[in-house]
Unconditional design. Structure first.
Ligand code: HAM
Length: 439
């Protein structure tokens, strides 16, 4: 017998008072609690409905993957890979990381599950937490949530990009998101972009001394990212830089014209933004970002674009692909700023019971009502009538079902409408009918 069992649970030494500590959620993480979670559920259900209507199916992915999958996809020089990943050695000495995004995993899963054999394109969506060690602030967390959608395989028809953008705009429209602006750009492909990047590098080198340290470093590592700079004193210089739109190859330019035409056909309003380059390396051709109201400096609620070369980079067959990810935390923040708070999660019925016989009837009534889809609160111990009604009010219940031993004997149940104070009597048989009609 081990020492632990011999001693027994009750005799376990208790920590001294000063040793007891309160735990707090780790910086950059937070709890999502009711009633806010009702809004999260509604957002996710709406996404499911809208995405399903566009032919997307759900994929569920692991939360950690080999570090190399992200390094290769997102790019070693990006902020995400170079400083923001949560990486650790697994038992067999492989380095694994908590996923900072979902696109790389979706591509791995597409290859691993032989999805190139399915009718193309394959349209997938996924929800869940992502992890980036960023400086936390409003709308920026270390554990945050994305709603991600990807279209894998198929042709380069501009209708694919446009339909994807139409879908996310329709989703935001269905939620009533306010102040939504869509920015689009074409960043070329592996044929034309390298020439533009070199030209940009040369032009940036000419003004290097006037740029801050981050931009100076990026001139060599990734000059496109300089275009992303928000620093006030760099704006004028950046505006003078050559525009990618003037350096696209004919195929990319033609494709971009097609995407814009397709967006117009679908009534999707967009703004062209030649400085929209995105922070991850895998993009080519059409990229886009969507901003919404009330988010301060972290106002991008969705980012995405085409990534035609990624599948090959991960050892798969040449596969065209495009997708987006919505920052769900930011989406919720913006909905709340716009007054779209969830309705308080009130109960339909609070059962105010008194007496032992009434309790047995109440347990049965609660079970039947719940089975019929009503939300019911059944207090586990008897309460005084006044207290029960007060509690029902606090919980936002619509009705109180009043059951005392008299009601049980007479078979006449009393239902009180809490908003008006009206009371009515029902037999057990007619009670459920009434609620179904009016509840
Ligand atoms: P991303 O731009 O890195 O793209 O992230 C997409 C969205 O996730 C952002 O617009 C933002 O709303 C949200 N987000 C990112 N980081 C944070 C954070 N620390 N806290 C809160 N929200 C955040 C991607 O992740 C790509 N995988 C999108 C994609 C899918 N491209 C093609 N397919």
């Amino acid at each position: 017998m081990s020492e632990g069992t011999a001693k027994g649970f009750g005799e376990k030494p208790q920590p001294k008072k000063e040793e007891r500590r309160k735990f707090q959620a780790i910086k950059g993480t937070r709890d999502l609690v009711p009633p806010e979670t009702a809004l999260w559920t509604r957002v996710e259900q709406t996404a499911q409905e809208v995405f399903t209507a566009y032919g997307f199916g759900e994929i569920r992915l692991p939360i950690f993957e080999q570090t190399d999958l992200f390094a290769r996809s997102i790019g070693l020089e990006t902020d995400v890979v170079s400083k923001e990943m949560y990486s650790f050695e697994d038992r067999d000495d492989t380095s694994v990381s908590l996923r900072p995004e979902a696109t790389a995993s979706v591509c791995r899963a597409y290859i691993e599950n032989g999805m190139q054999q399915l009718p193309q394109p394959v349209k997938l969506y996924t929800f869940g937490p992502m992890f980036r060690r960023e400086r936390p602030q409003k709308g920026r967390y270390r554990q945050f949530y994305q709603i991600d959608a990807e279209v894998l395989g198929g042709s380069e028809a501009p209708g694919i990009d446009a339909e994807l953008i139409e879908m996310v705009m329709a989703f935001f429209g269905r939620l009533g998101l306010e102040g939504v602006d869509l920015d689009i750009n074409c960043i070329g492909d592996k044929k034309c972009r390298p020439k533009y990047v070199e030209l940009l590098r040369q032009e940036l080198r000419k003004v290097k001394d006037k740029l801050g340290p981050d931009s100076q470093r990026r001139i060599e590592t990734n000059p496109l990212r300089v275009l992303d700079s928000k620093l006030e004193n760099e704006q004028k210089l950046i505006e003078e830089m050559p525009h990618i739109g003037d350096h696209l190859c004919e195929e990319c330019a033609e494709n971009y014209r097609g995407v814009k035409k397709e967006l117009e056909l679908r009534g999707v309003k967009y703004r062209e933004n030649w400085r929209l380059v995105r922070g991850l390396d895998y993009y080519s051709r059409t990229t886009f970002e969507i901003t919404a109201k009330g988010l301060g400096s972290q106002n991008a609620v969705c980012g995405g674009g085409r990534y035609d070369g990624l599948m090959e980079l991960l050892g798969g067959p040449p596969t065209r692909a495009t997708g987006f990810a919505i920052g769900e935390d930011r989406l919720i923040l913006s909905l709340q700023e716009g007054g779209k708070t969830p309705l308080a999660q009130g109960r339909d019925v609070y059962i105010a019971w008194m007496g032992e016989k009434a309790y047995a009837t109440s347990v049965r009534a609660a079970k039947n009502l719940r089975a019929a889809g009503f939300s019911v609160e059944l207090p586990p111990v008897e309460q005084k009538f006044g207290k029960a009604i007060g509690q029902a009010d606090k919980l936002g219940a619509r009705y109180a079902l009043i059951l005392g031993d008299n009601e049980v004997v007479s078979g006449e149940w009393t239902l009180k409408t809490l908003a008006t104070g009206e009371q009515a009597k029902f037999s057990e048989a007619t009670f459920l009918e009434f609620l179904k009609k009016h509840g």
